[in-house]
Design a binder for this molecule. Structure first.
Ligand SMILES: [Zn+2]
Length: 208
């Protein structure tokens, strides 16, 4: 993975000539970037170093500032064209923020940036995960049909613990993505597939 800025990223604002901290808009004068954002990655939107470990406060602060600057109702945005441009950039900004703030979404995004397998390329899961999931699912059904609340609690704790373990493994693998090792990427794909199974199980449990 490279931390080099994308070549299409504007370095200076075309209106006020100040350095652009984000390729989305100029936070000095509010000028919106007219260049397409396609080849610019989400980390660059916020001018933060690509990686699993990010400063959440910094991300949030920058998001709020960019969100205000790209607001379609901001002064001077009188034409439909300007408003539409603002709406588009604002939507793209929100997508970037939602992706980077969530650790699993962020890991998934980093894997894609590193050229790793997508969920449709590779649906495999680690070891005997499917058997384990099936067993717990049956236990949930049984506990639900017999109204066994303590049993559901135990199952919930068990699933949460499994989910946490997978989450930790994803973090470890995501931190070593820069080694560009295909085995590592494949292992990460498997864990990212696995976490969806655990989260689906959690959704089957009654809340509260
Ligand atoms: Zn400017």
């Amino acid at each position: 993975m490279s931390d080099k800025a994308s070549p299409t990223r504007p370095t200076h604002c075309i209106d006020c000539a100040k350095p652009m901290e984000s390729p989305i808009c100029c936070t000095h004068c509010g000028s919106l970037n007219p260049v397409p954002l396609v080849s610019i990655n989400y980390f660059e939107f916020f001018d933060i170093k690509p990686g699993y470990d990010i400063n959440q406060d910094e991300l949030h602060k920058k998001y709020l500032c960019l969100s205000r600057t790209t607001h379609p109702d901001m002064a001077g945005r009188d034409s439909d064209e300007m408003r539409n441009r603002a709406l588009m950039l604002n939507a793209e900004l929100n997508r970037a923020y939602e992706t980077l703030k969530d650790p699993i979404e962020r890991a998934e995004y980093l894997l894609a940036l590193a050229g790793g397998p997508t969920p449709s390329d590779d649906k495999s899961v680690p070891g005997d995960l499917l058997g384990e999931i099936m067993m717990i699912r049956e236990e949930i059904e049984e506990a639900k049909s017999t109204n066994k609340t303590p049993m559901l609690e135990t199952l919930k704790n068990q699933i949460c613990q499994k989910e946490r373990t997978v989450r930790e493994q994803i973090a470890v693998l995501a931190r070593s993505l820069d080694k560009n090792d295909p085995t590592n990427k494949k292992a990460m794909r498997k864990q990212l597939n696995a976490i969806k199974y655990w989260n689906n199980l959690l959704e089957q449990l009654p809340t509260g």
